[in-house]
Design a protein around this ligand. Structure first.
Ligand code: GLY
Length: 384
């Protein structure tokens, strides 16, 4: 397919991001990169990977598969092993750690330790399942500032849960993990996807029946607003559910509804504000990480959409989105830019607690890098 973005080279952008990955890998002795200072490039790290460390390891697996350079494989293997103790953490966000940080090692590089550690993570996650409510709860150690435990849920990890658990079923031949992922993803359509295709982040549910008791947000502007990452995580959730759990029409429908809502509401320059309903727009934060997640999801949806014209529209929207991120937010953004290269600037972690509101965020880096690999023709959009 012809590239629509002659002023941006996917290859150059990948080159910048590889330089950033290399600098990060050689500068950090311990502690996973979590969020970065966009001017100096220095990282705030998380000792055990928080919910974000798997995205760092996922970047290393992608780099290893792309370049075949042994150092990326060595770094990926080392950081993947450092995730192993997290297989028993009581948090649903383990799915991010073990899908991107371990299962990708098997999927992209055929790495036996990636497979073994990914399966440990999947088993630990599946053990949280509440069969009566047919949902995986956030868990007592979920990395949110409040409202965690066995009666709370959020859209954020639904996609990586589908990927991790369905991948585990394919590896072991035991379909129970994929069934859990299917029920969990279906339950979250009710919890989080609104009739107009917008996505609310969070819900409290009845632990006996799974019925919704309250809909709210952990990180958005308000209960009724649409937090940018909720929308993006929702898009990714249902396109990954459709990819990994075939035969369930509701998943593709939810993927298309949430994508259509994003495309109708995203600003004309294609980069989302942190919350679509912040009354301070345009004088508020962008969230390049939400935008990168959406771009990665649109590329997958382009490959899955049964209608070819729709698929083409999703692909073109993804190209325009990645172009906007690379041209406006990936360092260097102009000839005078002296910041370290390959930083995706202006991610917005959590304005509610004043955390990293204009920063490099490791998961934003991951999804931009994945999208660039797809656009450059070096990765199948449905591989991961
Ligand atoms: N909990 C995942 C996020 O902050 O996007």
């Amino acid at each position: 397919m012809a590239k629509r973005s002659p002023d941006v080279s996917w290859q150059d952008a990948i080159g910048s991001m590889l330089r950033r990955i290399e600098t990060t890998a050689t500068s950090l002795a311990a502690g996973f990169p979590h969020y970065g200072d966009p001017d100096t490039g220095s990282w705030t790290t998380s000792p055990a990977g928080d919910w974000t460390g798997g995205h760092w390891v996922g970047e290393l697996w992608l780099a290893s598969a792309d370049t075949a350079e042994p150092r990326y494989r060595e770094w990926a293997a080392r950081w993947c092993a450092a995730l192993r103790p997290r297989a028993s953490s009581d948090t649903i966000f383990r799915s991010f750690l073990f899908y991107y940080g371990a299962a990708l090692g098997d999927i992209l590089c055929n790495d036996p330790n990636g497979q073994a550690i990914g399966l440990e993570g999947a088993r630990g996650l599946a053990a949280m399942y509440n069969a009566r409510a047919q949902v995986l709860p956030l868990g007592g150690e979920a990395e949110e500032a409040s409202d965690v435990g066995d009666g709370e849920a959020s859209i954020d990890a639904v996609g990586s849960i589908c990927g991790l658990l369905a991948w585990a079923s394919e590896k072991t031949g035991d379909e129970s993990c994929r069934r859990i992922a299917r029920e969990h993803a279906l339950r979250h359509i009710d919890f989080c996807v609104r009739e107009d295709g917008s996505v609310g982040q969070s819900a409290t549910f009845d632990k006996q029946t799974g019925a919704v008791l309250r809909r709210y947000t952990h990180k958005g502007y308000s209960e009724r607003s649409t937090w940018g990452r909720a929308q993006a995580w929702g898009m990714l959730a249902y396109v990954l559910a459709a990819r990994w759990i075939p035969g369930e029409r509701a998943f593709l429908e939810a993927a298309e509804m949430t994508a259509e809502w994003w495309l109708a509401r995203v600003p004309v320059d294609n980069v989302a504000y942190w919350d679509f309903d912040d009354p301070a727009i345009p004088n508020t934060f962008r969230d390049t990480s939400a935008t990168a997640i959406a771009a990665a999801a649109l590329l997958k949806l382009a490959a899955l959409a049964p209608d070819r014209a729709r698929g083409q529209r999703y692909r073109e929207a993804a190209e325009d989105t990645v172009q906007a991120l690379v041209a406006g937010y990936l360092t260097p953004t102009d000839a005078e830019d002296r910041r370290p290269p390959g930083i995706l600037t202006q991610g917005c972690y959590n304005p509610r607690i004043g955390l990293a509101t204009r920063n490099e965020l490791i998961w934003g880096d991951y999804y931009l890098f994945e999208a660039l690999q797809v656009l450059a023709g070096r990765l199948s959009p449905l591989a991961v």
